[in-house]
Design a binder for this molecule. Structure first.
Ligand SMILES: [Zn+2]
Length: 466
């Protein structure tokens, strides 16, 4: 016990030191903790309560896990969440040890909190081989940056391996993603080990773009290898799918009819013969999936629908997932992380009819962004071809993204390339300074640029926030 508490102290001292030196403290304290106490994560099983959720998949992990955390907290539970998106083992140990330390300081004890942990799909098995989860939610599997993990098959195999290490885990899957059906097929568990969520219909109101231009994988049936067919297809490979051999989408346990509006989503959710209407200011169909995944996690944990409703009303998006800041010119800054073709295309789809805004598109090619930026050519930047205002490009690949926009048909005279700007936040500041009264700014940014912007956001808000 005392060694465990010492590990918490070490985490706290390391974080404080890093913060004092103005370094990121989202992963390194976890590394130090595990050096000092290699079985830390395993021994967390003795101190962490329930529910214990792991959230994985290509896109939507951060939004799903932060929304679920908000709902469970509203439902009266104490929840530890790695909300800054550090989702590899060191980041997870950092989040847990910091939270347990502050619980200990506040309450005198460390027990009593459950977890919602976002896990990188390639590292999930390295967490589940030590820590025992009650549930895993898998959001989707899209083609990510090929130079990091290889094909989605590899990600799927790693998720399956991680699930097998926790034999009592329940598996929550997006029924609309045929790329996930192989997880269920390969595990060959009873149907009652799985909980499926899915969308039954989508309507659009307002000027939200109805047609998705996300790149679509053509997937093959795991039973007979014929091409998967659809009676409804929403975006990428998500929809109501089937195969001629009879293999098809599982009937979801939790369903939603979704109305996508310009500024919100309305979900008419059905679970166990009851239906509930929920509203969220997270826009776009991709976010309807994220919210539905979180609602599913909450319903199976026994949270009351009114807690879900009020948590969704109060939720404010975090860390580049539609994160919004009011500016002192009367407009606002909205930040969207872009990291792969499907995710970027769905974000761009939501910006297609955007008026009264300028845009900054920042692409870096550091390791965590993916070295290969060829995915930009698979993302639907054509959605911006009729955009009538200035687009600034920045980041280490500012010229690549400018070229991509030009090729997409965007007016080159409205392009401004920030050359040799080491920091995205400096380009962002320059763009803010050029805004007219009430004009908005939208930032699309890859991962390392987002980290840098977030670090400097408090300063920017101090200077330009409303
Ligand atoms: Zn088939």
């Amino acid at each position: 016990m005392s060694k465990f508490k010492n590990a918490l102290k070490i985490s706290n001292i390391t974080s404080k030191t890093l913060n004092f030196l103005n370094f990121e403290a989202t992963s390194f304290p976890g590394k130090i903790v595990q050096k000092y106490y290699p079985s830390f994560l395993k021994d967390c099983n003795n101190y962490i309560d329930h529910p214990r959720f792991a959230i994985t998949g290509t896109n939507g992990k951060t939004t799903t896990s932060t929304v679920l955390t908000e709902i469970l907290t509203k439902g009266g539970m104490q929840i530890i969440n790695n909300k800054l998106g550090a989702n590899m083992p060191n980041g997870i140990v950092t989040a847990i040890s910091k939270s347990l330390y502050s619980r200990w300081q506040k309450t005198g004890g460390i027990e009593g909190a459950g977890v919602v942990l976002e896990c990188d799909e390639a590292y999930f098995s390295r967490i589940s081989n030590k820590f025992v989860f009650d549930y895993i939610i898998v959001t989707n599997l899209f083609r990510d940056q090929l130079d990091r993990y290889g094909e989605m098959d590899i990600a799927r195999e790693k998720i399956i391996k991680g699930i097998e290490l926790n034999p009592d885990i329940k598996i929550v899957l997006n029924a609309d993603d045929p790329a996930l059906c192989e997880i269920a097929q390969k595990l060959n568990y009873n149907r009652d080990k799985f909980i499926y969520f899915g969308i039954t219909s989508v309507d659009y109101t307002g000027n939200y773009e109805r047609n998705s231009k996300s790149p679509s994988e053509s997937l093959h049936c795991p039973a007979c290898n014929e091409q998967i067919l659809y009676s409804k297809r929403y975006y990428a490979q998500l929809g109501d799918w089937f195969c001629r051999c009879g293999f098809k989408r599982q009937t979801p346990d939790v369903t939603a009819r979704v109305i996508v509006q310009t500024d919100k989503n309305i979900l008419d959710v059905r679970y166990k013969d009851k239906s509930y209407i929920f509203q969220t200011n997270l826009t776009g169909l991709y976010n309807a999936y994220n919210v539905l995944g979180a609602i599913t996690g909450a319903l199976i944990s026994g949270v009351e629908p009114n807690s879900i409703e009020s948590a969704l009303n109060e939720y404010s998006p975090v860390f580049g997932r539609h994160q919004k800041v009011k500016l002192n010119n009367g407009g606002s800054l909205t930040i969207h992380l872009i990291k792969n073709p499907v995710g970027a295309s769905e974000v761009l789809r939501g910006l297609k009819n955007l008026k009264n805004a300028r845009m900054v598109v920042s692409v870096n090619d550091n390791y965590a962004d993916g070295r290969d930026v060829s995915w930009l050519w698979d993302a639907d930047f054509e959605a911006l071809k009729d955009f009538q205002n200035v687009i600034y490009t920045t980041g280490t690949r500012s010229y690549d993204i400018a070229l991509r926009l030009k090729h997409a048909g965007f007016n080159p005279s409205l392009l401004e390339v920030f050359d040799n700007t080491p920091k995205v936040s400096l380009s962002l500041e320059n763009a803010i300074l050029e805004l007219n009264e009430n004009e908005n700014l939208v930032l699309l940014v890859t991962y390392t640029g987002l980290l840098e912007v977030n670090k400097n956001l408090p300063k920017l808000i101090k200077k330009y926030g409303a």
